[in-house]
Design a protein around this ligand. Structure first.
Ligand code: FES
Ligand code: FE2
Length: 481
């Protein structure tokens, strides 16, 4: 073989070295299969016997190279395809200032004291006066789609309700019913079995239709008839954007607003990269209020994310080399523009500033607050578009389950960046949590002119309560038994 032919063979014919092509593929943000293709070519050309030196590589080394290649490919595959999950429960965030002082650590001995101390702190908290109803009206995410397999049923407790949520074993359609069987009160979500689009009670095997909640079969009834009143409440529900939503409205007959779907998520063009999940000790209204509270952005989220989520330590001098800069505005829907009244918008621009000069990591965010408990954050980053979907669902009057799910196109760049995004957003959210977990609800806050958006936000949010909404004190009493 001529020298030039040999070089072309080792270069893969396009004049560049395999390692260079591998690097170029990474820089150009190609997909994993393209990148692995370059990698395999590299193993084949550079390592398995046709090295540029012309000398054959010993068989042992060839096997080791192959093994290393397979392991690397598997790790890449895992890194590329496995979503990252960041989960914190009620006791994880916001109580360390007391736990540290009392020397309580996690572990067998510490866990009991830990729970006891946190419960004491929760009891001592003065939660505020004139707290709004804890369960507003609107669509609420009650499960993530992948948490409910075909033919599976689950008990879900939130919004002051006990639901059974199940996915029909034939059509895959999701139904949400009241959990308690009208026969003798068993919970259909605990041991109930899905048969077609019905759920069968675990106690005496009565079956209830997912379509309307009507009992359709009592297996031991000799007459074969089923009383008309044997029925459980059917809740309006829908599945979109990776969540199962339920329509919760205390006034019967109010038409649900159409859910805003993200087409790229629905049709699979963008993929799920991961999520975080938190339980927050606060009133639901406090959480989306963050979007209108533009002054807190630099105070809480300005300090470098590398300094972590504990706001006691999030402003160290060493981290001042880089700070986050935020420019935000919040907009109530405009009647003139015919905006849907249940959707508010926040425009946000983030950048990371080195020494208050060099700006990197610019992200443009358009956040749509859709009703009381759902937010879509459409972002434009240096690596392209992405979306974070947030659900806020009250599980108790002052306990909210908050989930953010991240979606973006499938690329190598996003495989790295989205993991970073989940981590960075979690750090920032936990800073808010440290405030929320201890703050009061202030009905008439002391606002200055610059805080006017908070007032506008509260006016907008009040549309999600109605006269019949369960009051905070009634909801709280119903939990004390
Ligand atoms: S309690 Fe459900 S069938 Fe008896
Ligand atoms: Fe915040």
């Amino acid at each position: 073989m001529e020298a030039s032919e040999k070089a072309a063979c080792c270069d893969g014919g396009d004049g560049s070295r395999p390692w260079a092509r591998l690097w170029q593929a990474l820089v150009n943000n190609q997909t994993l299969d393209q990148w692995l293709g370059h990698g395999l070519l590299l193993v084949k050309e550079d390592m398995l016997g046709s090295s540029s030196s012309g000398r054959a590589v010993p068989v042992v080394w060839q096997i080791l190279y192959l093994l290393a290649g397979v392991v690397t490919a598997w790790l890449c595959w895992k890194f590329y395809y496995s979503p990252v999950v960041w989960k914190r429960d009620l006791t994880d965030i916001g109580y360390n200032h007391v736990l540290d002082n009392e020397g309580i650590r996690r572990g067998r001995a510490g866990d009991k004291r830990r729970a006891h101390t946190i419960n004491r702190l929760r009891r001592l908290r003065k939660v505020g006066q004139r707290i709004p109803p804890p369960f507003p009206n609107g669509w609420f995410g009650i499960l993530e789609s992948e948490q409910l397999a075909t033919g599976q049923a689950r008990a879900v407790d939130c919004l002051g309700q006990n639901f059974v949520v199940f996915r029909a074993s034939d059509s895959g359609q999701v139904s949400v019913l009241d959990a308690y069987c009208p026969h003798l009160g068993a919970n259909l979500g605990v041991g109930g079995i899905v048969r077609g689009d019905c759920i069968e009670c675990p106690f005496h095997h009565w079956s209830f239709s997912g379509r309307d909640g009507q009992c359709v079969n009592i297996p031991y009834s000799k007459s074969g008839t089923v009383p008309k009143v044997a029925k459980v409440k059917k809740w309006t529900s829908m599945e979109a954007n990776g969540f199962i939503f339920v329509w919760h409205h205390v006034d019967e007959g109010v038409e649900p607003w159409p859910m805003m779907v993200v087409p790229e998520v629905e049709d699979g063009r963008w993929v799920y990269y991961g999520k975080n999940e938190f339980l927050v000790n606060a009133h639901i209204q406090d959480i989306p209020e963050n979007g209108a509270d533009v002054a807190h952005l630099s105070a809480v989220h300005g300090p470098n994310c590398l300094s972590g989520s504990d706001i006691r330590y999030s402003r160290p001098a060493w981290a001042e080399f880089g700070m986050h800069a935020w420019h935000a505005s919040w907009h109530a829907p405009s009647e003139e523009n015919d905006d849907p009244p249940h959707i508010a918008r926040m425009d946000l621009k983030h950048s990371f500033r080195f020494f208050n000069k060099l700006e990197v990591c610019t992200v443009d965010v358009k956040a749509y607050q859709i009703g009381p408990g759902y937010v879509q954050l459409a972002m434009q980053t240096g690596l392209g578009p992405m979306v974070a979907l947030q659900t806020v669902t009250p599980v108790e009057p002052l306990v909210q389950k908050v989930i953010h799910r991240f979606y973006a196109p499938r690329t190598i760049g996003n495989a790295f960046f989205q993991k970073f995004a989940v981590w960075a957003e979690s750090v920032m959210f936990e800073r808010d949590m440290m405030i929320w977990n201890h703050k009061q609800f202030v009905d008439t806050p002391l606002l200055i002119k610059e805080d006017r958006l908070i007032k506008a936000y509260r006016k907008w949010y009040s549309q999600f309560y109605s006269e019949n909404s369960t009051s905070y004190s009634v909801a709280k009493e119903s939990l004390d038994w």
